[in-house]
Design a protein around this ligand. Structure first.
Ligand SMILES: [Zn+2]
Length: 153
């Protein structure tokens, strides 16, 4: 799977990471499907309640509200515009999912209420001026697949 990050979203991410310092921050990823397995992350949301030094916990109330806003704005054309996944930062750890992250994503995609076919986890960190990102796709069967990230202009 390919996930493209638009320049404006990268700028927002960079600014937020700078402000957050050593606290983990995160949110959801929404976007547009361009082709099978090819997505552009048109909107990264930013959860108001940050995490701690080592942990980011999703605020499900804000997540539901942000999702509703995105679906309203994209006129509920779900086949084209949909939820892509979750993102959070690892200011003090490597850019890869922790055991807790993997467990949380597996729980998310295997939940009977979950409507999608997959969810991506994007992990990011700012090292000086360079933004490092990694992304993984989780599916309900239990697979974890690498996601190719690309800047989208
Ligand atoms: Zn994490």
């Amino acid at each position: 799977m390919r996930l493209r990050l638009p320049a404006d979203q990268i700028t927002n991410l960079r600014d937020a990471l700078q402000r957050a310092g050593t606290r983990e921050i995160g949110g959801q990823i929404f976007g547009e499907q361009l082709a099978p397995s090819d997505f552009v992350a048109t909107e990264l949301t930013f959860q108001k309640r940050p995490g701690t030094f080592a942990r980011f916990v999703v605020d499900i109330i804000q997540a539901a509200r942000d999702a509703m806003r995105f679906f309203d704005r994209t006129a509920h054309r779900y086949t084209r515009y949909n939820y892509i996944g979750e993102w959070h930062s690892h200011p003090s750890f490597a850019v890869r999912p922790s055991d807790i992250d993997v467990a949380a994503m597996r729980r998310l995609v295997s939940d009977p209420e979950f409507k999608g076919g997959f969810a991506v986890l994007l992990i990011t960190r700012l090292d000086g001026n360079s933004l490092n990102c990694g992304a993984w796709l989780f599916d309900p069967i239990g697979s974890i697949l690498a996601v190719t990230l690309e800047e989208h202009s």
